[in-house]
Design a protein around this ligand. Structure first.
Ligand code: HEM
Length: 433
């Protein structure tokens, strides 16, 4: 998964074009229907304002899909109704493709998103290797003991200073990620860490060259990797045609782990602002055991992701003509599900702007399509449970020896929580228990 920075609707400010909301019977015989009607005008600059703009749009025009144009001039068909969300997740990737250009820009040689940017049977096969290796949907990964040992070995980096911030969280998590994906020897490989940082930030002057160097290094570790590493598990799979490319998947997994540090920091920030939840989570951490299940802490992580999703907008591109509420859209239409908006939609989600980890006790909560920190359907994150396990385990390591006593920004536990958080600005003060 490559994280989209901010929302695609950030900076949506010029024109809101809503097609078909008032004319469901306006069937066009064929594409194109783009730009047929100019409906509204919204100026906004922040995701909060975007949420407000989407709410206002829905109040004014109903919840039919709306064509919106972003500041950069790209047009998206934005989904506002749960019925359409259902369809977004249910359609096969052969119709709603998970390889929008911003994710798959560049050439295959330098693009590590092996699964995200492959199609057809190849995508299906790569999806399978991802699901099996990462143990998608399985709360306790078969290699949980080595993965938890990796977290325990790296957690002291989090608590080595009195203040925990994103730099420290990234350092610890990425060291653990290299152990988990490639093996213990990779933990201290700062050169590889630097290449991955460059690729993640899109700062590499020559992405192809940096990718090749990282790839060669991953290959070296893979040659000696044990079965308790992700790359070891993946490379031992039968792959007669060599199409599964486990090394490329491993590269993707290392990059995907970048979802964890910010989530970890947000979860601890929220726990710091909710002392009763912090005490309960610390008690669970102290009890240990559970093979990393930590249900209470995992609920806190999920709730942090509901409030502050890593992927605020899910984007697909249609591969054929589609019809939404009686209006046809040509192939190549970008369909956007504003997950951050829906997860905090006060009209449909109770206590939408408040930290309520208890909502995740409901066994069906994970399948609730209004809330999608890991997406749903054929594009759902295959590292969902692994990501939860690692994040919750890091939280537990911190809470076992420390209390979270102060934090910036200061959150109001009862008031509406801020729409967004800048993980780079979060500072958490740790006090020894
Ligand atoms: C807190 C942790 C994580 C979050 C919030 C998260 C979130 C997501 C989301 C929302 C997607 C779907 C994106 C879309 O539909 O456009 C996704 C895809 C993906 N994630 Fe994660 N992820 C996390 C951790 C991980 C980890 C640890 C791994 C692997 C080690 C991973 C591997 C993947 C892969 C391979 C995909 C692409 C799936 C596909 O295209 O079928 N993720 N992730």
């Amino acid at each position: 998964m490559r994280t989209v920075q901010g929302t695609a609707l950030d900076g949506l400010r010029a024109r809101v074009r809503a097609l078909g909301a008032e004319a469901p019977d306006r069937r066009t015989p064929a594409a194109p229907t783009f730009g047929a009607r100019l409906r509204g005008f919204v100026r906004t600059g922040t995701p909060r304002a975007t949420a407000a703009a989407l709410s206002a749009l829905r109040a004014r025009r109903g919840d039919a899909p709306a064509l919106l144009r972003t500041r950069s001039g790209r047009t998206f068909l934005v989904l506002l109704d749960p019925v359409d969300l259902d369809r977004f997740y249910a359609e096969p990737v052969s119709l709603l493709a998970a390889d929008p250009p911003e994710k798959c820009r560049g050439t295959a040689a330098e693009e590590p998103a092996g699964i995200g940017c492959s199609r057809g049977e190849l995508r299906a096969q790569r999806r399978r290797i991802n699901e099996e290796t990462l143990a998608a949907g399985v709360p306790v990964h078969p290699s949980y003991d080595s993965f938890l040992a990796a977290v325990a070995a790296e957690a002291p980096h989090l608590t080595a200073a009195r203040t925990l911030d994103l730099v420290r969280a990234r350092h610890a998590v990425h060291r653990a990620a290299r152990r988990i994906v490639l093996g213990e020897d990779a933990a201290s490989d700062e050169e590889l860490a630097g290449w991955l940082r460059q690729l993640r930030g899109g700062r590499a002057r020559s992405a192809r060259g940096v990718y090749a160097k990282a790839h060669a290094r991953i290959q070296r570790y893979a040659a000696g990797a044990g079965d308790d590493t992700l790359v070891g598990r993946a490379t031992r799979r039968a792959d007669p045609a060599g199409a599964l490319d486990p090394l490329r998947q491993a590269h993707h997994w290392l990059l995907a782990m970048d979802a964890v540090p910010g989530t970890l920091l947000n979860t601890l920030l929220l726990l710091g602002a909710h002392p009763a939840e912090q005490d309960a989570a610390a008690a669970e951490a102290a009890r240990g055991g559970d093979a990393g299940e930590l249900p209470r802490l995992r609920a806190c992580v999920r709730e942090a992701l509901r409030l502050y999703p890593v992927v605020p907008d899910l984007i697909r591109v249609t591969r054929a003509e589609t019809e939404w509420r009686g209006v046809r859209y040509p192939p190549g239409t970008s369909v956007l599900l504003p997950a951050a908006f829906h997860q905090r939609d006060p009209e449909r989600v109770p206590a939408a702007h408040v930290f309520v980890p208890g909502r995740w006790k409901n066994p069906d909560a994970d399948q609730d399509i209004r809330i999608a920190p890991f997406s749903h359907g054929g594009g759902r994150c295959p590292g969902d449970q692994l990501g939860l396990m690692i994040t919750a385990a890091f939280c537990a390591e911190v809470l076992r020896g420390h209390r979270l006593t102060a934090a910036r920004p200061v959150l109001d536990p009862v008031g509406p929580l801020p729409a967004t958080l800048d993980p780079g600005a979060v500072r958490i003060t740790l006090t020894r228990r």
